[in-house]
Design a protein. Structure first.
Length: 321
């Protein structure tokens, strides 16, 4: 980039360091000329602005990251796990800024349920972060693979996280007691809707979901005529299905009394499934208006049924009649 700029526009450049001064001149029909001289700046540059970024967890001092296969015993991030570590850090950063302070009050015990916990990366992060903050908590990971549940429970005991436990169960079928925060990251297709419905039924104050796969609405999409040509392309149809699904989910959460923000969770290089729904209970929401919005969205996309709408008893077909 610098070479192209020198040859086409600027044609000379100056470099100033604490060791030397250099000037490069581009010359037509001949090799460029480089001149060097004594430094004009004798004092080292101030580095007080070059601060270490604060992180929720220090890789070399977090033993559960070793047990879960994210880092090595000497604190190096394992090959291919940089993205996973970035997701963990970003997730805790989001919680630290967005959880209502009242949920972290010392007078209460915070109950967090992670549905579809998998290997428990984020479940461990939540429990460890809350423990660091001195918050009394009960953190439960729900996962249908027993071998992962056994692994995670053993790791929780080994790493002195008494607030953390894992239970065998599926998102759709596990009974869910009352909770304060429900988490469901990368639950496939309608499993995200099942988790959202569980959180609503449990009267969770906060529901956090990162959807994965958007298969349910794709065969239903009936776009306006102006978009018919574009929708012949599979990738554009996939993206339209993602847009329609998550826009409807946000509107339906409002029907249930939640304000939902939809935003990028992490950059795409860390996870292709990087959208996040962060919903907070807001009793003052106009639910009738939200239902009207959901039906208008369904009509626009040609959608007659959607899993979360079914859970909530919201008839979308009225929008298409």
């Amino acid at each position: 980039l610098v070479d192209r700029a020198l040859r086409t526009e600027f044609r000379n450049a100056n470099l100033f360091t604490t060791d030397l001064t250099a000037q490069f001149e581009e010359r037509d029909g001949a090799a460029g000329r480089l001149r060097q001289g004594p430094p004009q700046h004798q004092h080292p540059a101030a580095l007080d602005h070059d601060r270490q970024k604060p992180r929720a967890f220090t890789a070399h001092a977090t033993p559960w990251l070793v047990t879960l296969g994210v880092t090595t015993a000497d604190g190096r991030v394992k090959h291919g796990m940089q993205g996973k570590l970035r997701q963990i850090e970003k997730f805790i950063e989001i919680l630290s800024h967005r959880l209502p302070p009242a949920l972290l009050a010392p007078s209460r015990t915070l109950r967090v349920i992670d549905m579809g916990a998998g290997k428990g990366y984020l479940t461990f992060a939540i429990a460890a972060w809350l423990q660091q903050r001195g918050v009394a908590a009960e953190v439960i990971g729900i996962e249908q693979r027993k071998e992962l549940v056994d692994l995670c429970n053993a790791a929780a005991r080994a790493h002195a996280l008494p607030s953390l436990r894992f239970e065998v169960g599926s998102i759709a079928e596990s009974p869910l007691p009352a909770c304060d925060v429900l988490v469901a990251l990368h639950a496939c297709d309608t499993a995200t809707d099942d988790a959202l419905a569980k959180g609503i039924a449990a009267q969770a104050e906060v529901i956090v979901a990162s959807p994965c796969c958007h298969k349910e609405l794709r065969p239903q999409l009936a776009p306006p005529a102006a978009l018919a040509t574009a929708m012949r392309h599979g990738i554009l149809c996939d993206r339209q299905a993602e847009l329609a699904t998550d826009a409807l989910r946000a509107a339906l959460l409002a029907v249930a009394g939640y304000h939902a923000d939809v935003f990028e969770f992490v950059a795409t290089e860390h996870s292709a499934k990087n959208l996040m729904l962060f919903a907070s209970k807001r009793p003052a929401i106009d639910r009738a208006a939200a239902q009207h919005t959901a039906r208008e969205l369904a009509a626009h996309f040609g959608v007659g049924r959607q899993r979360l709408a079914t859970h909530l008893g919201v008839a979308l077909s009225a929008a298409t009649t």
